[in-house]
Every structure is written in structure tokens, then in C-alpha cells.
Ligand binder design. Structure first.
Ligand code: SF4
Ligand code: SF4
Length: 272
């Protein structure tokens, strides 16, 4: 074996390594960007699921924006007040005021597969947005839940499942109110509602009562029975749909008892 060849190759490789190492060392000095240590600390507090509900480019972007003062300590919707408090503490803020009732996602439709009438059978891809594009969807109610689960697949927390009645069910223990399902629903049925309120209207139809009655057993028929029974002036029929003023509603549930179609829901069980 020619040992001089081995020595030459070793010197060449070693020299190349030294040169590359030197260049990297120089580059690291030239291109060094100082990172605020708080960005890493805040990043560790954020849920890390990059849901985008804050409107920023993922949790990394949110942490950077918060430290830069471009987003507030309450920016993380999914994290809620707990995360807001932790971030506030890291930023040296007074977080005693950071409270607030959490919001939870609610499917505002009670028209399950046995309640709502269909005008055609949809046999396409299992996707609500696709179904919506086929002549506005297969339901006779243009506001009703299509039940094909775009909300379910959009939820990063696996908080939504399809119930036996064909309507999505949201597990409030898992729901972080990130809003992904709200954006995914082509019917605009899902809303974020205050977790501490028990009575909600599970219908979005603005059609006249007669039309609603013809296509769905559970829709709001604008009969105003709820409005008349409410002692707190908290519920009114507006544009053919009952609307609850959550600030006035005391959750007495008299309207729930009076509603002839059952479109007013008592979510006590959902709250746990
Ligand atoms: S709530 Fe909206 S997205 Fe979810 S199944 Fe119903 S129509 Fe589809
Ligand atoms: S009682 Fe029920 S159906 Fe009648 S207006 Fe009120 S919510 Fe609608």
C-alpha cells in the first residue's frame, strides 16, 4: 500500500474540513440573529397544534408576534385564559384581570336524519363543502346540517364525532374554541358560544314558519311562544328566527319548555 497516498488524502480531507469549519464559524457570526429568549418560553406555553385560530402563522409565528408586541397575551384562542395568564406572566404583565368564560363550539341545528326532508340523494364525496356545491346540498332546508362531517375532519383536537342522529356532536371537554370547525362548515351552522350559558337556539333557518314546518320537525317556526313566556325580555324572534340575548337570559328554561318544536336546547348535560 502506498502510505504517501493515504497521508496526502488525510491532509486534503483534514484541510477541507478545517476550511469549511472556519467558513461556518464566520457565517454564524455574520448572519447571527439575536433571538429574544421570551420567544422560546412563550412558544413552550402555547398548545403547539398550529391551528391558526389566532390568525398568525402557527405557534412559532404567534410567539414571535406576541414578543414583538404585534399580538396580545390573549392571542391564542385555543389556549384560553390559562395560556394568556402564563404568557402575561412571562411578559411581566399584571394578569389578575385575565379571566373570562371560555367559548365552546356549538352545532346550531337539530335537524337530524329523521327530522329533515331531502330533495335528492347525495352520492358524492363525503364532504359538506362538495355536497353544498351540488345545487346547494341535498336537504330541503337550505340552512340545515349536511351531516357529512367537514367539521369533524377539520378539528385538530378530535373533539367532534358524528352522532347516531346524523348530526355532529362536540365534546366540550376537548373543544378549545380554536374555530377550525366554524370555518370548515359551509352552512355557517357552528358558532362559538359562552360555555356558561345553558339555553341555545339550535336552528339557523330564516325561512317563514310554514316553510320550516314543511321540511324539518325541529326547526324554529317563528311562533313567538318563547318570546311571550320569557320574563326577562331575553328572547325575540327576528327575521323568522328566535335570538337569545345572552346578557339578559337567566337560563330559567321556561322558553325551552314552551317551544313546540324543541329547537331551543338546554345544554346543561353538555356542560357537564
Ligand atoms: S356542521 Fe357543517 S361541516 Fe359539520 S357536518 Fe354539518 S354541515 Fe357539515
Ligand atoms: S317557541 Fe320555538 S319555534 Fe316558536 S319562535 Fe320560539 S324558538 Fe321558534
Amino acid at each position: 500500500m502506498d502510505t504517501s497516498m493515504i497521508v496526502k488524502a488525510s491532509i486534503a480531507l483534514g484541510g477541507t474540513g478545517l476550511i469549511m469549519g472556519g467558513l461556518l464559524a464566520v457565517a454564524s457570526k455574520v448572519f447571527y440573529v439575536e433571538v429574544d429568549a421570551r420567544v422560546e418560553l412563550i412558544r413552550a406555553v402555547l398548545p403547539g397544534i398550529n391551528c391558526g385560530a389566532c390568525g398568525l402563522p402557527g405557534c412559532d409565528g404567534a410567539a414571535e408576534a406576541i414578543v414583538a408586541g404585534e399580538a396580545s397575551n390573549t392571542a391564542c384562542v385555543a389556549g384560553g385564559s390559562d395560556v394568556a395568564k402564563q404568557i402575561g406572566a412571562l411578559l411581566g404583565m399584571d394578569v389578575s384581570e385575565v379571566t373570562g368564560v371560555a367559548n365552546k363550539a356549538l352545532v346550531r341545528c337539530g335537524g337530524g336524519k329523521n327530522e329533515v326532508a331531502h330533495r335528492y340523494i347525495y352520492d358524492g364525496q363525503h364532504d359538506c363543502q362538495m355536497a353544498q356545491q351540488v345545487s346547494g346540498g341535498p336537504l330541503l332546508c337550505p340552512y340545515g346540517c349536511l351531516g357529512l362531517g367537514s367539521c369533524i375532519t377539520s378539528c385538530p383536537f378530535v373533539a367532534i364525532t358524528l352522532g347516531e342522529d346524523g348530526l355532529p356532536k362536540i365534546d366540550w371537554d376537548k373543544c378549545t374554541s380554536c374555530g377550525a370547525c366554524v370555518k370548515a362548515c359551509p352552512r355557517g351552522i357552528i358558532s362559538l358560544v359562552a360555555e356558561d350559558k345553558e339555553v341555545h337556539v339550535l336552528c339557523r333557518s330564516h325561512n317563514a314558519g310554514k316553510e320550516v314546518r314543511a321540511v324539518c320537525k325541529k326547526g324554529c317556526i317563528a311562533c313567538k311562544a318563547c318570546e311571550k313566556v320569557c320574563e326577562f325580555d331575553a328572547i325575540h324572534v327576528i327575521d323568522n328566527l328566535a335570538v337569545i340575548d345572552k346578557d339578559k337570559c337567566t337560563d330559567c328554561k321556561k322558553c325551552v319548555e314552551k317551544c313546540p318544536t324543541g329547537c331551543l336546547a338546554d345544554l346543561t348535560a353538555t356542560r357537564g
